[in-house]
Design a binder for this molecule. Structure first.
Ligand SMILES: [Fe+2]
Length: 189
């Protein structure tokens, strides 16, 4: 379920907006200059290899990258593997990586081909928790304070767009704000 929940930055219980209507989500995010749109969904994305996924979305990617800004476009996948005893630690490590507030030197552009993840955008006096699911494209502008929660059971396939190989290195603020907000799992509960 694609979801936007807007909360006061100093009080997560002060919920100003909660909507699952994509057009409303796009309009709310646009107020802050955040680009959100939807592409079609490949029903069998989890069994489609990455090259085939990129080929399927080539028309959308070409439109998004008309200015040829993105030098690296790849597919990130994380799926639960309960048969792998190392999976819980792998999942926890992946989740922890960007769970604290940070910013990047370039836009963080993600298209979710499957699964879900939540971007928390800290903008002015608000935090906009944006749960993206299959079909959602979100662009977090360079310099925007944010964090990302993939949940306790990470499960997504995302096409990532990078301008520079090192552009996505996180510049962490050290602010513990993310701990005060509902997790992805709590938002969807
Ligand atoms: Fe980030």
């Amino acid at each position: 379920m694609t979801l936007l929940q807007v909360m006061a930055a100093d009080n997560a219980t002060d919920v100003r907006v909660r909507t699952t209507v994509p057009t409303e989500i796009g309009a709310e995010l646009a107020k802050y200059g955040i680009a959100f749109s939807r592409w079609d969904v490949v029903a069998d994305a989890t069994t489609t290899d990455s090259d085939a996924l990129l080929a399927h979305y080539a028309p959308h990617i070409g439109e998004l990258d008309a200015a040829l800004r993105y030098r690296h476009i790849d597919v990130a996948r994380i799926r639960p593997d309960d048969a792998d005893p190392a999976w819980p630690a792998t999942a926890a490590g992946a989740r922890a990586k960007f769970l604290d507030e940070h910013r990047h030197a370039e836009d963080e552009v993600r298209f979710f081909a499957a699964g879900r993840g939540c971007f928390y955008l800290h903008l002015d006096d608000a935090v906009l928790a944006t749960v993206c699911e299959a079909g959602d494209l979100l662009s977090v502008p360079a310099g925007t304070l944010h964090w990302f929660d993939m949940g306790a059971r990470p499960d997504f396939i995302a096409i990532r767009f990078f301008e520079e190989a090192d552009g996505w290195i996180g510049d962490f603020t050290g602010d513990p704000i993310s701990a005060s907000f509902p997790t992805l799992d709590e938002l969807l509960a």
